[in-house]
Design a protein around this ligand. Sequence first.
Ligand code: GLY
Ligand code: MN
Ligand code: MN
Length: 469
Amino acid sequence: MLRLLLAITVTLPLQAQEGPALPKEGNLARLADGAPVCGLGKAFHRGRRAALAEELGEGVFVMRGLPSCRENVAFHQDKNFWWLTGVESPDVALVMDLDSGREVLFVARPSAFRERWEGEIWDADDEWIPELTGFEEVRPVGELLNVLDEVVGEDGGRKLWTSRASSILLSGSYDVAGPYDKAREDDPLDGRTHRNEAFARKLEERYGIEVGDAWPAIIRLRAVKTPEEIAAIRRASEAAALAMGEAMRSCRAGLGEWDLAALLSWIQARHGADGPAYAPIVGSGPNSLVLHYNFTARRLRKGEVVLIDFAPEVDHYTSDVTRTFPVDGHFDEEQARLYDVVLAAQRAGIKAVRPGVPLSAVELACRDAIREAGLEHLMRHGSCHSVGMEVHDPGFERGQVLHEGMTFTIEPGLYDPQTQTGVRIEDVVLVTSEGCEVLSHAVPKTRQEIEALMAEEGVLDWIDRQGER
Ligand code: GLY
Ligand code: MN
Ligand code: MN
C-alpha cells in the first residue's frame, strides 16, 4: 500500500544516487532508491510474455509467484515469474488469455499490519501498479480462481498451461533444485511434490483437463538473451571483476577461506549485487581439487594456490567467474605450468566461438589444447554451460548450436592430486555476429596481471594495519 506520491516518483527517470560507485547502470532496484521497480522495465517483461504467448499458441497460461518466506530472509521472486512480470513482491499470480490477449496481474490482499512489519508489499490498493508494470487489469489474488473459472470455463473446454518446473530464486539453479525436488517426491517417507507441480495437479482436478507444461517453451526463449538481459549479465560480470580483483589484492597466507568469501560478498554488494549466484567457492590447497567446495573453513598456507569460483547476481542475472592464484602472490614453476596450459585451453575455447558452430566445438578446442600438453588425465569436468538468470541456465541441449545472443561459460580446469593443486579459469562469453565477447574481461587473468595486483595493498591488509596501530 503505497499511495499517490509514489505513482509520481516511480515514473521519473531513474538516476544514480550518492553512494558507492556502481558498475555502469548499477542495480536498477537500488537506483530507484526504495521505490518499487518493474524488473528490467515493463517493455522487457511485456516482450517476454508476448514471446511466450507466441510459443504456446492458444489457451490460457497461469502462473503463481512465490508466497512470503518461511525463513527470516528477504523475499526473492521465482525467476520465471519475475521474467514474465518484473514483479518482486509475494503472493502474486498471472493469467494470460492467449486467444484474446487479456492479461491479469493478481497481487496481495492489502494488509497494513503486514506492511508495518515487512515494508511495502504490492497490493490491490496500489494505484501505481498498472503504470509501472503495463498490466491494465490488476486484481486481488483472492480472485484468481474466479477469473480462471471464467476464462477456462466450467466445462474445462480450453487448453490450460502453467510451468511445471521447480521454482528457482536467488542463488538457485534448476540442475540442483530439480533433482532435489524429485528425490523428495520419490522418497517413500515424504512424497511431497513442489509447489508449481502441486498447482498444476490442483488445476487438473478442478477442470478435469490435462494442464500443459510451458517450461520447455520458457527455456527455449531464455536460451537467447535480449539486450536488457545481456546488460544485466554485464553488470554482474563487472561486479565480479571488482570483487575478484580485491580478493587478489587482499590474499595472503594465514587468512581463512572465510575471510575471502566475506570480502567477495561485501565488495559485490557495494557494486550492485543482490547476492551471490551460488555459495562462493574459495578452495585453498587440497580444497582447490573439490569442484564445488563451499565450506570455506580452512586457512590459506604459503606455497599453495587458492581457487575462487564466484559470481554476483544483479537484477536476477548472474555472472560466473573462476580465477586461481598463488596464496603468497608468486606462481611457482609447477603452478605456472598448469596455469599456462589451462589459460591456453581457455583461449582456444574462446577462439572457437561463433554463431552456427556446435557447443561441442568449444569443448573440443579446450580439450585439444590440454591433450597437446599431455595433461588430459587431469581433467575432471566439461568446459561450458549456459549462464543467465541461473548460474547453470537451462536451455542448452545436447548438440547445441550457438546463436548470437547466447551467453555461456568457458572454464577448463586441471586438478593434480599429487601436488594438491587445482587450476580453473572461467569467464562468461556472449555469442556475437562475428565470434564472441568476453563479458567478464575485466577480471585479471594473466599470471603477470595477477602477480602485479597481488603486490598491491588490499582492503584486508589495510584493516589489519589499523588493528596493529
Ligand atoms: N560455480 C559453478 C560452476 O562454475 O559451474
Ligand atoms: Mn561455471
Ligand atoms: Mn563458476
